[in-house]
Design a protein around this ligand. Structure first.
Ligand code: UDP
Length: 385
């Protein structure tokens, strides 16, 4: 069904929900001008993190003024150190649980990208209480404060909300299948789902424009393996001659997407009026088993590291449950914006290996194409719809 609101054509979401059309008029328009061109004032919570720091760079790159709130729990100062002298960049060391700080910064901004959250399966399994509190209360504070000034919120959710999935590829409107509450992994999925419910509720009841994105296994430069993410872990192990740890049988599979593509897609959605009040998968559908990934990384790095299998009970706490496969259905995002992953998995791994070599201060493996940092970020530049 297509409805019209003030010249904007609205398609009813295929996964339920509705558009409270009268509330579109409450959307704030931006009117900041600098050097003769309009720009936005933007808050990125979690802007010192892996995805957040790439998003901040893309926003500054298109001329926006950016505020970051980050408590550096899983983010790192080195991700944003090169931005500190930029007059359009404002750094706030703090937590999204700090209502006053969040309110004060949001009051100056036009739009909020909410990424501050506990991330990584290994981190969440080890810190279940902090993760739940940060993820649920943090989103609550951000949405509440954004609502006070009717500022649009783009909420970063996760493919984890699908849980064990209910048939592939995973569609935004699918049922969610989660395991028991005694298994910490599912608390992350539940916390993120509560965030989504909150974002929908603020839109439906208060008219706060919200857009939800579910990211599928993003990776690329700056991602660390410290919180469990498999690509930087396997690459670091391969480059430093340690055993490459494949958990379980290695037949489980994932689709790894380039962080620059995720940033591009999120920015396109953030500007699209039809994205408001909706949830979108973002990722790629190029699937690989973890065993296959380890072999590919071993080959690209010319590593002599052995690939070893580690039982899940050893890798995580007992009772851990993994998803066998996780593939996104990308039809919804593709129907709305011009979203096309720009890198193949091989190209993405080459970028990541180059980056980790630089971070570890070791030579790039012989024969590996060398990606400069300008190349890294050229692909993350934002194409307008
Ligand atoms: N994994 C692995 N070795 C590692 C880290 C992770 O085999 O050193 C596996 C993990 O069990 C999962 C997949 O790799 O099956 C992806 O894990 P990650 O934590 O990156 O993301 P997830 O898809 O689980 O959120």
């Amino acid at each position: 069904m297509v409805q019209s609101s003030g010249g904007v054509r609205l398609r009813a979401p295929s996964d339920g929900g509705f558009y409270p059309l009268s509330r579109h008029s409450r959307l704030k328009k931006t009117a900041h001008i600098r050097g003769g061109r309009p720009y936005m004032k933007v808050l990125v919570t979690g802007g010192a993190g892996f995805i957040g720091s790439h998003l901040v760079e893309a926003l500054l790159g298109r001329g926006d003024e950016v505020w970051v709130i980050d408590d550096l729990s899983t983010g790192r100062e080195e991700n944003i150190a090169h931005l500190m002298d930029d007059p359009m960049f404002h750094w706030n060391y703090g937590t999204v649980l700090d209502r006053d700080l969040v309110g004060e910064v949001i009051a100056q901004c036009d739009i909020v990208f909410h990424l501050a959250a506990a991330v990584g399966v290994a981190y969440v399994v080890k810190n279940p209480l902090n993760s739940l509190i940060n993820n649920i209360r943090g989103a609550e504070v951000v949405l509440e404060q954004a609502c006070a000034g009717m500022k649009k919120v783009v909420l970063f959710s996760s493919s984890e909300v699908y849980g064990k999935g209910n048939g592939l590829p995973l569609k935004e409107g699918d049922d969610r299948v989660l395991g028991p509450t005694a298994v910490s992994r599912w608390s992350y999925a539940t916390g993120k789902a509560v965030d989504e419910f909150l974002a929908f509720a603020y839109w439906r009841e208060k008219g706060l424009p919200t857009v939800i994105v579910r990211c599928f296994n993003s990776c690329g430069p700056r991602q660390t393996g410290d919180y469990g993410m498999v690509v930087p872990r396997l690459v670091t192990q391969a480059l430093t001659g340690q055993p490459m740890t494949v958990y379980g049988t290695g037949t489980q599979s994932r689709c790894f997407s380039y962080v620059g593509d995720i940033v591009t897609a999120v920015l396109l959605l953030s500007e699209h009026p039809e994205a408001v009040g909706q949830v979108f998968n973002i990722g790629t559908d190029e699937e690989i088993t973890i065993e296959g990934l380890a072999e590919k990384i071993k080959e690209l790095t010319k590593s002599s590291s052995p690939i070893v299998h580690v039982p899940y009970e050893k890798a995580y706490d007992g009772g851990f449950e993994d998803m066998k496969r996780r593939v996104p259905d990308l039809r919804k995002i593709r129907s709305l914006v011009d979203y096309k992953p720009s890198l193949s998995l091989d190209e993405l791994l080459v970028l990541t290996i180059n980056h980790i070599c630089r971070r570890l201060d070791i030579a790039t493996p012989q024969g590996l194409p060398c990606a400069s940092s300008s190349e890294l970020f050229a692909t993350a530049s934002v194409k307008k719809a």
